[in-house]
Design a protein around this ligand. Structure first.
Ligand code: PEP
Length: 256
């Protein structure tokens, strides 16, 4: 039993131009009614260049759909060519930003210190970081996935107060399940999501841990979402591939 509002966040990755983004958000808005969007918070995470178009649609039609970005700079402003600041995202009405996705850790060499700086930058700009943690197949085979994810969590939240931590969303995304079609079992998802909450309770307090939403991500589809969401410590999903299809993503958002 949880009083935490479920959150379904669609990570579009480097897919969909701004016209395709508008079409997808429009289809989503047609497929989900106000009651459904109130029961389950529905968020899209498009590429930066689509954000203005999504903002215009969401604001203009007062859609109950949230949006955010997939990354941000740890710096507030300045000579960082190609980077996007938290302030810029907040100015475009973003509520969320993904931080520490495994693709950024792998292809852009993001370490825990950088992820920590990005979490801080997000919070300083009033954005909710969706902090990703997760183990690769080698770590899973050595059965070190729980300490691995807890270490990533500690690193990313270093120096934060309990109050700040309540504003963070954590996403457990086992790397071996991302984009592979291999979903973790509901029990696998619960094991790590539960361990994340326990770690938050140990580091901060139970009240703080109970407020933090912990998502599962990795090949979530309409056919497996209900069983994953039935787990006590899973409060939502970070969805990649399946979020590019409006029918499929809206089915995921209507899981109950
Ligand atoms: C992701 O990249 O965050 C993700 C969960 O991808 P997919 O759903 O495609 O596995």
């Amino acid at each position: 039993a949880t009083t935490r509002r479920p959150l379904m966040a669609g990570n579009w990755k480097m897919n969909l131009n701004h016209l395709e983004a508008i079409a997808l958000v429009q289809k989503l808005a047609f497929s989900l009614n106000a009651d459904q969007l109130t029961a389950v918070e529905t968020v899209v995470l498009p590429p930066y260049v689509d954000l203005r178009s999504v903002q215009t649609l969401v604001d203009g039609d007062k859609l109950l759909i949230g949006y955010g970005a997939q990354d941000l700079s740890p710096h507030p402003a300045g000579a960082y060519t190609g980077e996007i600041s938290g302030a810029m995202l907040a100015k475009l009405g973003c509520q969320y930003v993904v931080v520490g996705h495994s693709e950024r850790r792998a292809y852009h060499h993001e370490d825990d210190a950088l992820v920590n700086a990005k979490v801080v930058a997000a919070l300083e700009n009033g954005l909710t970081p969706i902090l990703c943690v997760g183990e690769g197949l080698d770590v899973r085979e050595q059965l070190r996935h729980v300490p691995h994810c807890c270490d990533q969590l500690d690193g990313a939240l270093k120096g934060l107060t309990a109050e700040q931590v309540t504003k963070v969303v954590v996403a457990y995304e086992p790397v071996w399940a991302i984009g592979t079609g291999k979903t973790a079992t509901p029990e696998d998802a619960q094991e790590v999501c539960g361990a994340v909450r326990l770690r938050l309770a140990e580091t901060y307090d139970q009240g703080t841990a109970d407020q933090v939403r912990v998502l599962y991500g990795g090949s979530v589809k309409s056919s497996n979402v209900a069983a994953i969401m039935a787990q006590p410590d899973v409060d939502g999903a970070l969805v990649g591939g399946a979020s590019l299809d409006a029918d499929e993503f809206s089915k995921i958002c209507r899981f109950p």
